[in-house]
Design a protein around this ligand. Sequence first.
Ligand code: BGC
Length: 692
Amino acid sequence: MALVKSGIGAVFWPRDAAKSNELQRVATEETPHGIPLLVGLDVIHGHYTIFPTPIAQGSSFDPSVARTDAQISAGEARSGGVNWTFSPMVDVSRDPRWGRVVEGFGEDPYLNAQMGVAKVRGYQGSALHESTSLLACAKHFVAYGQAEGGRDYNTVDLSEQRLRNLYFEPFKSMVDEGVATVMASFNTVSGRPAHANHYLLTDILKSEWGHIGFVVGDAEGIPNLIAHGVASDLQDALKQAFRAGLDMDMGGYVVDVNGSMAVAESDIDGDRVNDAVRRILRLKFALGLFDNPYVQVGDAATEPTALTRRAAHDAAVRSIVLLKNDGTLPLSRTLSKVLLVGPYADSTDHLGAWTQSFAAPAASLAQVLKERLQHSQLTVMEGAVFQGSNSSLQTQACDAAYEHDCVIVAVGEPSKLTGEASSRSDLRLPGDQEALILAIAQTGVPFVVVMSNGRPLVISDWADHAPALLEVWHLGTEAAPAIVDVLFGEANPGGKLPMTFPRSVGQVPIYYNHESTGRPARFSANVISDAPDVGLHGPDNTNDYFTSKYLDLELGPLFSFGHGLSYTHFSVGVPTSNVLCLTRDQLQRGMQFEIAIELKNTGKREGDEVLQLYVRDKVASLAQPMRRLRGFQRVPLKVGQTSVVTFTVGWQDLGFWSDSRPSRYQVEPGEFEVHVGSSLLNTQMLEVSVVL
Ligand code: BGC
């Protein structure tokens, strides 16, 4: 309150509509300028009704999931006085050790862009002054996901071409969509912290891309410049950030309760002040705060409704990925005795990172299964712990397994191990959960594994032993009913991985869109017991020695980006294109290749398939990614139904940014492979060419 009286322009939400109104009253009536407040909050994947975490939403490969989440969250939050959310996060991330991978849409720039744009549309609605709209915030600008070693806040050093080709795309797409605000990231980019980076905040974001909203610093990002060792004190830090193009500070003590700035007015450029003020005021006007800064206290949402729960439930189902299945799933409703084990069996920790204490809680799997399995006998046991080990729990669970027809093993990563400042060096299931899975496998009783986590995990030590495995991430308020729907076949899983699952932590970073090397590995998984591999238990690399790989590991990840199975089967036809060759000029003028492909549900259940389109530039002046995702469509098909799916490939999909300064986007003439299919490893190829 004291800060508001002192004239501060934005606050964190005071957590209730009446208190928000009171702050707005003081700002508009008791300050000399009378300007209403921006009221911000991290509404990341829900406010009261919690949707799946962003990485889970990435799994849906369905932008409507992200948009619905944002629409509902915006309505709930704005009704209580929030008018600005610090979301979406679109930091492309290739390193699952970094805890914040849960807050974004995975490793691919195109997927991040599509989901990020959908979020912005949902939050910002058709007009910001509507009572269901929030200002969105694209964060964290930029390349935060490349923190060294996956250690949060760590150094980022990268080339201009990687910056432009990998990290910029989602931000640029959201700026084009009119995202209201952008948040600077905590990291350095090639030595210069983003908060003091004129090139990024002004030259790129504002000048080159034309961002007309404002740029906010991340929490204490300005004083952090002192720790970065680029500013001598707070005054210096503030001056550098402001000059670089930062328009608003977040919680960095640059204004005290008397309204005094930590920097002398004479030290700040007047034009820069006007520019920042103009950007912020424009949005306050757009929100309609000058007409009415208040909300109707009686209309404020305080909990989910049946409708918002339904939407969260659908989103949760759509975000589940079936990683493997030997036919054990879906489970039959006629099983007479079901054992549910694991630390996630009776846990309600399904909301995931970045939810507030007032979020609507989730039920546990045990609670929902008890209600649903009225004709089966359900036994629930802990079996293992998240921290340390408890072998007696495991013994009890295994003894019990013999008495049951089927075991559901519910394991995972508690949400407190995910999110900001939650980097991990060991990516296995924590505690003694792996031992529990292996022990249950030994009983010979049919079982399935349900995994709730916030990042790709290393599961190589037990995945082969699991007959069926569901990746359910942290799915939000409606997690448990959604998981049960999928377990028993009331819903058919159709999600795909938005991030690669490594075989071992030593492989990290491992991602699908890697550049070709001069020495790609050719053989893999070729273990010959008497080969002179000095007991590394890896491939026989003596035939393929000087290539890019690990001596002691099979090639490739355990599960690739884009992988995900279904309870039904699909057949994918041969792609065709209306035209196989275009000139560069035609492309630049907007002509496109139209790729059509037939998709058929050949199985016995209705289900969704996500068709993915990848492009490869065969010869270019810079080494190109082996594949680049440039299109996806989630297609629902009834049993026996066929659909012809069309994609367009154009200027934006075939080019790349050069390494010259200034960098230039270019499409180089030549042959391009277009791969379309149901996963990265299962595609049909078509070649198109671009000529001068
Ligand atoms: C995070 C941001 C978040 C902010 C405000 C920071 O620590 O990096 O993502 O929006 O806190 O809560």
